[in-house]
Every structure is written in C-alpha cells, then in structure tokens.
Design a protein around this ligand. Sequence first.
Ligand SMILES: [Zn+2]
Length: 256
Amino acid sequence: MLTVNGLVLMQRTLGEQDRFIDILTADHGVLEVLVKGAGKLNSKTGSATQLFTYSELCLNDKRNGVRILNSVTPLSVFYGLRSSVSAIALASYFSQVIRYAVLPRSGAPEILQLVLNCLYMLSERRAPETKIKAIFELRIASLLGFMPDVIMCRSCGKYLPEQLVFSVSGGYFCCEDCISSPEDETGLIHMPAGTLQAIRFIVLSEPKKIFSFAISERSCKPLYQFAEEFLCYQMERKFPALDHYHSLQQTMLPDT
Ligand SMILES: [Zn+2]
C-alpha cells in the first residue's frame, strides 16, 4: 500500500463506471491510478478524484502494472474553478504542461506546490488570470531547468536598461541600444525595465512570494507575451488547452 497526496491532472473513463486518473505527487512524479466505481451515482470516490482535486490517496500495490485506488480523502477541491470556463481552460493548460514535461527524478515538490498555488489563485480569483498564467509559465520553465538569464545585458553588462530586447530562443536580454538593428525580429520581444523586473521577481523569489508584485499596464503585455512564447519554445510543442484558452479570450472580447 502506498499513501500519497496527489493532484488529479487528467481522467479517462473506462467502461461504464471505472476511470483512470493521472495524479501529480511530490515524491513520485505523475502516477496513473485505476479508480473503480468512480462513475456510480453519488460515488464519494468519484467526487474526490475529479479533475483538479487535491486528495490523500491510498493505493494498492501494483498488479499487472496497474495501481488501484483503495481509499481517498479530498484535501482541496478548488470549487471556484468550476464557475469559469477560462479558468478551467487555464487549469487544463497547466496540467498539459506538467504531463508533457520531463519531471526531475528527485521528485516534483516545487512543481506540485506551484500548480496548487496557481489553482488556488485562479479558484479564489485573487489575481487576474493573465498574471497567474505568466507566473506559472515562467516559474515552471525555471523549475524544469530552463531559467532565462536575467542578470544583465549580454552585450554591455548593464543591470537595468530603460528599454531592452529579450530573445525567446536565446533566453537572454540586451539593451535596445546594444542590439545593432537586427534584420530578423522574430523571437525578439521589446520591453521596458518594469517587465524585466517582473520576470526577475517571478523566477528568483521564494515560492510563497511569487504572486506579490505589482506591474504597470505598459509592462504587462510584453511579460505575458514573453512568458508564453518562452515556455512553448523551451518545451518545443503546442498545447491544445492553450489554443482553447485563446479562443475563449477572443469570444469574450467586447464587441467593437
Ligand atoms: Zn547593453
């Protein structure tokens, strides 16, 4: 028997009443678990193993390569997610990123903590979705070993240029003056100093503090663009849930 705390990242139904779930745990990475009878009406097991629920799960030893759930107690349910389609789309994007990532062998406690914090912020609407999304993207990129180089201008060594250019593929920045009119602007994101400070804050501060920074309207747009492009570039893939999130944003734009 193995007892773990796990966050349900994905579920697939199997036959009439059973389902497989993928859970993210601190010490064992992602585990696949068979939940028998999850689809039965009023099943307690079913509700405690729903998507994005964080629970304590007792798992039977593997039989024929499959772990079967023995019992489960929900710890955090994130009810607030269910009232927002875009929050659900973002949560699905977070879970796709984690499922496609190669998690550290030593376990993923910081990744679990990050996604739980982001789901809490989304569920309780403690911050704008776009900000939570950017924090998740930059922080998880760093935890997966892709931290951007935020120390100084790669060319002249300046710490905080007023205007700078961040390279998505190179993961470094230069002052705008140090870039000698590049012919190809693809993958270069222009930003003010405020955006660089926000990126530094997200990748360098303690896990508990990552949400506590203010950012001006002028500085947010390049932050959001850089965070998304940087993570997708480093992971070398597209995420269907991210496309879905963007299509929801389009339909929610006010008519002009
Ligand atoms: Zn420079």
